[in-house]
Write a protein that binds this ligand. Structure first.
Ligand SMILES: Nc1ncnc2c1ncn2[C@@H]1O[C@H](COP(=O)(O)OP(=O)(O)OP(=O)(O)O)[C@@H](O)[C@H]1O
Length: 276
């Protein structure tokens, strides 16, 4: 797949976003100090679709997600082995710039975390400053509208863009965080339980947003909610860490197949709520 991502310093006001890219983990293992928490995880996350990571607490889903945009290395004593390929190129290659990797592979966290002192408008454009992206005032206005529209929030906030982001409801704040992540035109969006702090109505709204974005950005989402995994994802990977062994993938494939015709009895037990 060719890459036409917009580089920092050159953001035209065109249609969002550039190009979703496939992400692939090859034999990824991870340690915290001496303790191995992931063992040789290989997973293909196809471009322009949603991949859900499911599994009981502590099996390494968040650690795996954080490895996908090089956040794992921020933890003192944390190490890893294996490769992560974005559009075929290893994000851990010594030539890759960390800021560029994180710009291409954005992250939305469990708890909505808009910058509290910034307005809604400034929250969306915050990432442009961090990535030293130059953009004219007119293009910036267009970008804010596009990102808020993509995040399903424009209609609710277009008349109060200068109000603080923290004044929004929890679900709106999470969609603001999605808009902020989109503003730097990522090819991949990682989401770590993005709805776990939200009420059911806000959850549905964020899920709609995820589905709307899916054609244009590769999405990888950690979720404990089996209904949510089925509603939002095309692909699914079931992680398990049995009896203090490191987490690994038991089964992966199309979500509908995994939920209705699982191949491994442990997958069947998990998706049917018999453990975890
Ligand atoms: N910063 C850390 N330092 C040491 N150990 C950690 C750290 N973060 C996670 N771990 C350990 O790594 C293992 C995997 O944790 P991780 O958070 O990735 O699992 P998870 O599947 O995402 O869990 P949950 O669903 O509860 O969020 C766990 O045993 C956890 O205790």
């Amino acid at each position: 797949m060719t890459t036409t991502a917009v580089m920092p310093g050159n953001v035209p006001a065109g249609a969002l976003p550039p190009d979703a890219a496939p992400l692939e983990a090859r034999a990824v293992s991870a340690w915290f100090g001496e303790r191995k928490v992931l063992d040789r995880v290989s997973l293909h996350m196809p471009a322009g679709s949603v991949t859900a990571l499911i599994g009981p607490s502590g099996c390494g889903k968040s650690t795996f997600l954080r490895i996908l945009n090089r956040m794992h290395e921020l933890v003192p004593g944390a190490t890893l082995a294996g490769e992560v390929l974005l559009d075929g190129a290893d994000i851990y290659h010594h030539d890759r710039r960390l800021t560029e990797v994180r710009r291409r592979i954005g992250m939305v966290f469990q708890k909505p975390n808009p910058f509290p002192a910034m307005s809604i408008y400034e929250n969306v454009t915050a990432g442009l400053k961090l990535t030293a992206t130059r953009i004219s005032r007119g293009d910036r206005d267009d970008l804010v509208e596009q990102c808020l529209t993509k995040a399903g929030l424009w209609n609710e906030v277009h008349d109060r863009l200068r109000q603080p982001g923290s004044a929004l409801s929890g679900g709106q704040q999470q969609r603001l965080c999605i808009a902020r992540a989109l503003a730097v035109r990522p090819q991949v969006l990682l989401m770590d339980e993005p709805c776990s702090a939200l009420d059911p109505t806000s959850t549905r709204r964020v899920e709609e947003t995820i589905r709307e974005l899916a054609a244009e950005v590769t999405i990888v989402i950690v979720t404990h909610n089996m209904q949510q995994a089925q509603r939002v994802s095309e692909h699914c990977a079931f992680f398990l860490a049995e009896q203090n062994t490191p987490g690994h993938i038991v089964e992966q494939g199309l979500t509908q197949r995994m939920f209705h015709r699982p191949r491994d009895p442990r997958t069947e037990d998990y998706v049917n709520g018999r453990f975890g």
